[in-house]
Design a protein around this ligand. Structure first.
Ligand code: ADP
Ligand code: ZN
Length: 851
């Protein structure tokens, strides 16, 4: 059996965790001579990282020693693909004996674009999260630096045609002028040049083209329309003629007159202009069509750096000063520090001091935040203090800007601060002094899909370790893992247990909903206590947040007559009802259909809503408080352009009385006038099948509660639950982190969960349920027999079909007596071997290292 052979790999005396990269990189000059009889003597061999899922080394050669360095991009062919951009990982390596190497076609960089340190980190991520280094590279590099066949290329809006282009550059420019966005392979075909990458690179450097991938296509930076009088009219002296032509269209004439008189040749903002001068869009469009005016789109960055007033650092409170000192003491010992500080305790102010110290020394600083949405707010605060030393970097930022930041960090000219979401860990830091991971407990630091499924907080700790940088993790509700590390002394710990303003933390009142239902002391999902509290707040002109951790109108719909629940045809999961468009939607694959009261099974009209989502809560709130302005805030209600900002600013300006939202509300947003927060149903947060469900519930409820009464008044929180006597709820109400932590850690220990074991989820997928199950069964059996690792499953998860593929899950709990990296490598080879069997050729297996 193939498994026996595989097992022999596993049973090789353990040499500790393999770090393949050190092998790759340390194969320095001289090794090639050993194999000289294989090859012509002048060939030099290089290992290239390529953006493919294969976990192997790719070696290519050059005829002569060329001007090439580790970390430079090169273009090579791979299989049928003509242009694959890769990164040089090692030079002068021993040539492979089992295949003929192909030549490197082009060298794109003469200076490293990627540091050797980065390659080391990529390899660590690949090993730890069980993927190829090429997949890590793919996630790490901004699209514009990757140049893959399916990259989409278009003309940059910044190019004004000033520079005259020649030869192929001109050809590409002309081609793109006539075609909006074209993929790389099409351009190659059209131009007829074998190697197009260097030409594109030159155009990219001149900011004439942009390169993006499909993912980024979805994100459009905010753009405004500007227009001006057509240049042509001045040049051809046809102004008068134009006016005569418009004799019968007096409104159009009027618009042009204003334009000439007041604005001359400067472009004006369309929306503002039309509004101020009272013209309709139709008049504007008519002029545009006649080409009397020309318009352009301008990208507007979401805030203007120059408009921010410069601020100096606030003096720290004694408590903050102590926290700062503890941080520094630990840094001196190269220890990470956990800053456990309640919301609004002034953690950020402590970070400022640490940042300033690094910037003054000319060092680079990375400030990680869990959500792109909150980076903007933090950016303003940081820019006010550190001005042009601050850059922002995340995956939804325009590619050109990302490349700009990349190059800035790579150039390492003086101290610089990067604020970003998880992908900012991939920048080419050359002089990293400090990493801040704010809200370190947040789930969104973990990338779930696609691979690499890395946990950015943990990678940040590794990055700090590798680069000897300091690292501080901050949270009001630290993750169990980080708290445990602090308990073990691996991390230092500092506390900020009071709000800076000294205003007490919000008072949390539990309401027993089963009591309320029994005694009919409720209307819809609102207990009487909640209704009274809302009325009181409304009377005082204070704002209210209702938190419901589930989007949609109701969880699902059900036929009262036959019990049928409409299911997604692709995913085997009940569909969620959305009232705003009257549709049933699958939250996994996006499938949707119109809602009907007629049951498709029994044809009676008894289909009914069950459960409750934000939409239903909002609807009931409108009914119960008819004079209040109620607004929903969840993934669905912010879909439109700028909706997110609009709702937030309306709420800030108190144009909304009651905001009904999901956990999106909890993250980092800070409002002044919220007197009351209600958690509509605490139970559905605690009852989902995951070992972290209680931890998440604790964090989420504490965080939402923290939105109440920030500045000068104690806030009030009403927590509705059917199980108010639950230990977890008690510790939440009493802000008793210690008790909560002790309970959680004891449970994790008893039931063998992280941090006491390493947890790996294996998901096997196939179109055929039986093959999926059989493959999973074989894997589970092998793992159990050969390794003795605690292996759970396989089992079909609750949602056992997603996007037409049947899923089977295996969960591994690897305790620390097993060599972790060797085990992971063995698991990968086990799957590779399984796939060589005809029957299992098409299975896909996903490894997810959960901690
Ligand atoms: P956290 O990051 O812990 O949520 P913040 O740093 O945002 O807390 O602080 C909460 C509020 O208190 C902010 O408005 C902040 O400006 C203010 N604050 C905190 N520390 C100080 C200080 N030392 N001097 C003046 N204001 C402070
Ligand atoms: Zn679906």
């Amino acid at each position: 059996m193939f498994f026996e052979i595989l097992y022999s790999i596993f049973s090789v005396p353990n040499k500790g965790d393999l770090i393949r990269v050190t092998e790759n990189i340390s194969m320095q000059k001289g090794n090639a001579t050993d194999n000289t009889f294989f090859t012509s003597p002048q060939k030099v061999f290089y290992n290239i990282i390529l953006p493919v899922p294969l976990r192997q080394t790719f070696t290519y050669h050059l005829e002569d020693e060329a001007n090439i360095c580790i970390g430079a991009r090169v273009v090579v062919t791979l299989g049928g693909r003509k242009h694959v951009t890769g990164i040089v990982a090692a030079m002068d390596v021993t040539p492979p004996t089992d295949y003929q190497t192909k030549p490197i076609i082009t060298i794109l960089d003469t200076e490293p674009l990627v540091t050797e340190q980065q390659i080391k980190l990529w390899q660590w991520i690949a090993d730890y999260y069980m993927c190829s280094i090429g997949e890590v590279m793919k996630a790490a590099l901004p699209t514009g630096l990757k140049m893959e066949n399916k990259s989409l290329i278009s003309l940059s809006t910044n190019y004004n045609g000033e520079e005259s282009l020649k030869g192929n550059e001109a050809k590409i420019y002309n081609y793109l002028s006539n075609n909006k966005s074209v993929d790389l392979s099409k351009i190659t075909k059209h131009i007829g040049v074998k190697n197009i990458a260097p030409i594109l690179q030159r155009l990219l450097d001149k900011d004439i083209i942009t390169i993006e991938d499909e993912v980024q296509q979805k994100y459009r930076p905010k753009k405004l329309t500007y227009f001006k009088l057509a240049q042509q009219l001045y040049e051809d002296n046809t102004l008068e003629q134009t006016f005569n032509q418009l004799k019968k269209a007096s409104k159009q004439q009027e618009l042009l007159t204003i334009l000439i008189k007041d604005y001359e040749k400067t472009a004006v903002n369309k929306k503002t202009f039309l509004k101020i001068h009272g013209f309709s869009n139709a008049i504007y469009d008519a002029l545009l069509k006649k080409e009397f005016i020309t318009e352009e789109q301008r990208e507007i960055s979401r805030f203007d750096k120059n408009s921010i007033e410069r601020q100096t650092l606030n003096a720290l409170s004694p408590e903050q000063q102590i926290a700062l000192n503890i941080a520094k003491e630990n840094f001196a010992k190269h220890k990470p520090i956990l800053l456990h500080g309640v919301t609004a305790s002034g953690k950020t102010e402590v970070y400022f001091y640490l940042i300033r110290e690094q910037l003054d020394q000319g060092k680079q600083v990375l400030f990680l935040l869990p959500e792109i949405a909150i980076t903007v707010e933090m950016l303003q605060r940081l820019t006010a203090v550190f001005q042009d030393k601050v850059s922002i970097y995340h995956s939804r930022y325009s590619d050109a800007k990302r490349i700009e930041v990349w190059r800035k960090i790579n150039a390492n000219k003086g101290g610089h601060l990067v604020i970003g979401a998880r992908s900012a860990i991939f920048l080419p830091y050359r002089n990293l002094g400090l990493i801040i991971v704010d809200e370190e407990h947040e789930d969104s630091y973990k990338q779930q899909d696609p691979t690499p499924r890395y946990q950015a907080r943990d990678v940040a700790v590794m990055l700090a370790h590798q680069t000897k940088a300091n690292i501080i993790l901050g949270s009001a509700t630290p993750s169990i893992e980080s708290a445990h590390n602090a308990q073990l002394g691996k991390y230092g710990i500092a506390y900020l247990m009071q709000r800076f303003s000294k205003v007490a933390l919000p008072q949390i009142m539990p309401i027993d909903m089963s009591e309320a239902y029994k005694k009919s002391k409720h209307k819809h999902h609102f207990s009487f206590e909640l209704i009274n509290a809302i009325n009181e707040a409304l009377e005082h002109k204070e704002q209210i947040i209702l938190f419901q951790n589930r989007r949609g109108y109701s969880g699902f719909v059900e036929c009262k007559a036959c019990g049928y629940v409409p299911q997604c045809p692709n995913c085997d999961i009940s569909l969620t009802y959305h009232q705003y468009n009257n549709k049933l939607v699958c939250h996994y694959c996006g499938y949707e259909e119109f809602y009907s009261e007629i049951c498709s099974q029994c044809n009676t009209n008894q289909v009914n809503n069950k459960g409750m989502g934000t939409e239903k809560v909002a609807e009931q709130a409108k009914e119960l408080f008819p004079n209040a302005i109620v607004q929903r805030f969840d993934q669905d209600s912010i879909k439109g352009k700028d909706k997110y900002e609009t709702i937030i600013s309306k709420f800030r300006n108190q144009e909304i009385n009651i905001l009904v939202g999901t956990q999106m509300l909890a993250k980092g947003l800070d409002f002044d006038n919220v007197a009351l927060v209600a958690i509509m149903n605490a139970d559905n947060m605690m009852n989902f099948p995951d070992f972290r469900s209680h931890e998440k519930a604790y964090q989420m409820i504490s965080q939402v509660a923290g939105r109440a009464g920030r500045r000068d008044k104690q806030g009030k929180v009403i927590l509705q639950s059917f199980t108010p006597d639950y230990e977890l709820i008690k510790s939440i109400i009493q802000y008793d982190y210690t008790t909560y932590y002790k309970q959680q850690i004891a449970e994790r220990k008893d039931f063998n969960y992280p941090p006491f074991v390493k947890l790996i989820d294996i998901t096997v997928r196939h179109r055929d349920r039986h093959i999926s199950h059989k493959a999973a069964q074989l894997l589970a059996n092998e793992i159990r027999e050969k390794t003795g690792i605690c292996t759970l499953g396989p089992e079909a998860p609750t949602i056992n079909r997603i996007k037409l593929l049947y899923l089977h899950k295996i969960m591994l709990k690897i305790d620390n007596t097993k060599p972790l990296q060797a085990t992971k490598n063995w698991l990968l080879t086990l799957v590779d071997a399984l796939k060589t069997q005809e029957e299992f050729k098409r299975i896909s297996v996903i490894f997810n290292a959960k901690n």
